[in-house]
Design a protein around this ligand. Structure first.
Ligand SMILES: Cc1cc2nc3c(=O)[nH]c(=O)nc-3n(C[C@H](O)[C@H](O)[C@H](O)COP(=O)(O)OP(=O)(O)OC[C@H]3O[C@@H](n4cnc5c(N)ncnc54)[C@H](O)[C@@H]3O)c2cc1C
Length: 420
């Protein structure tokens, strides 16, 4: 009879894939350790305004998953945590997990008193630095766990004590330190997901230099009610309503100098974001510059519906350069029409770069046996017996595909601990 420890499963990454894998395995009776580097679960999905194709808020799906975590009682969530090392074999893995200090313990009721007295501000990572938050903060209003975090710069400053004194629950621990825990598990699921490709590397497209050039992930935050502009899509330069918005597809994707692959998501994401703009500004004009539109399977109808909107133009051509009109901060796009070969200059109020999904495994350390493909993904589901990769760790996919992949990984992990 196998012991309890090696019957348990480690899931690394608490995005939609890891959450699904953890919950499915827990509901099948396994003890699960879910390790997430952020102070909250949900991954990139927590930052989306709406899901394509149904345009519903992601918070619904996340809420259901968080409830399932609570009900199962078998998912042990470690946030602000990363795997330092993992070694062993099927049925007997040893993992070392480093947990960064949150400076706030589980007595926190999220009453917000610490934030009220705090004067120190930091860039808001949840909104990609588009606004500031207090250094004693709730990561976002639907965060799970629903618990504050102190930025290390606050905890180490004189103001830390003021913030601690404001907490009537004894939840703030300024002397909290990083710690390492050792876990013994029978199977591991690696689901560390993706990050947006760094748009600053696209040096002809003006991101970072011109305020009205934003990325697709920033657009999700601009449209979200809990975003930096409370859900009103405005030009960053002057807070004005945009009258013309350009979506630049394949910004750094399918390009040997950047991400050579197609993320398969960006066309749908831009078309979805076009609906965000159109819903807020009925007169706004949208131009989607594309190489070819990838709207697979049932998503084709979303594309077909959007094409019926006379304020939305699909322009087949790659934007080569973006410049800024210094006086208006409008953007001047140089683009070749692929069909006619003509060179065009088109001026818009705002441009959204549809940057692709770069696997986190392309930059973060993982076990040496977890071989990456040419693009940085860990492509195989079963990397080695008892160790599995899932979701956007394997390939760029959408949420429903991530849920399927997480479920598949859970099944394989359960088999690995049962069949020994
Ligand atoms: C602009 C844009 C819009 C999108 N809109 C939609 C949409 O409308 N509908 C749709 O179906 N899909 C959409 N997607 C795709 C969707 O975001 C992905 O399908 C989904 O995020 C995949 O989930 P995941 O868990 O695999 O990865 P992630 O969401 O990236 O989650 C991975 C998790 O792992 C954590 N992590 C990373 N490294 C470590 C580490 N070393 N240790 C511990 N934890 C770690 C991360 O913090 C994160 O929480 C969109 C994508 C983009 C780019």
């Amino acid at each position: 009879m196998a012991d309890v420890e090696t019957q348990s499963i480690l899931v690394v990454g608490g995005g939609m894939t890891g959450l699904t894998a953890a919950i499915e395995a827990a509901e099948a009776g396994r003890e699960v350790y879910l390790v997430e580097k952020n102070p909250y679960l949900g991954g990139r999905v927590a930052q989306l305004h709406q899901y394509f194709p149904k345009l519903c808020p992601p918070t619904c799906g996340l809420e259901i998953n968080f409830r399932r975590i609570k009900t199962s009682g078998k998912v042990h969530v470690l946030t602000m945590a990363q795997v330092e090392s993992v070694s062993g074999r099927k049925g007997a893995w040893d993992a070392k997990i480093k947990i960064e200090p949150r400076y706030v313990n589980e007595k926190c009721t999220a009453c917000g008193k610490c934030g009220e007295v705090c004067t120190r501000e930091i860039d808001n990572p949840f909104n990609f630095g588009m606004d500031k938050i207090k250094a004693a903060y709730l990561p976002h209003d639907m965060a799970f766990p629903f618990r504050y975090v102190l930025d290390p710069s606050l905890a180490r400053s004189g103001e830390g004590q003021t913030v601690k004194d404001a907490c009537e629950y004894g939840a703030i621990e300024l002397d909290m330190e990083a710690k390492t825990v050792d876990l013994k598990v029978g199977a591991v699921i690696w689901a560390t997901g993706w990050m947006p490709y760094d748009a600053k590397r696209l040096d002809t497209l003006g991101f970072g230099a011109y305020p009205n050039v934003v990325t697709n992930v920033m657009m999700e935050r601009l449209a979200a009610g809990n975003g930096p502009t409370k859900g009103i899509i405005v030009r960053p330069s002057d807070g004005a309503a945009p009258k013309t918005v350009a979506f630049i597809q394949c910004a750094g994707s399918r390009d040997e100098n950047h991400l050579p692959f197609c993320s398969s998501i960006c066309c749908m994401a831009s078309m979805k974001q076009a609906t965000y703009v159109r819903a807020q500004y009925p007169d706004a004009k949208i131009i989607i510059f594309f190489i070819d539109i990838r709207a697979m399977d049932r998503l084709e109808s979303f594309y077909a519906d959007l094409k019926k909107d006379e304020n939305v133009t699909f322009f087949k051509g790659k934007v080569a350069k973006i410049e800024q009109d210094g006086a208006t901060k409008n953007l001047v796009l140089r683009v070749e029409d692929t069909a006619s070969g003509s060179l065009n200059t088109i001026t818009v109020d705002m441009a959204v770069l549809a940057t692709g999904m770069q696997p986190n495994t392309s930059v973060t350390p993982q076990p040496a046996f977890a071989q990456r493909d040419d693009y940085g993904f860990i492509a195989s589901l079963e990397v080695t017996p008892g160790f599995f990769a899932a979701g956007c760790t394997r390939t760029p996919i959408n949420v429903s595909e991530s849920v399927q992949d997480g479920t598949a990984a859970a099944l394989k992990a359960i088999q690995a601990v049962v069949r020994r």
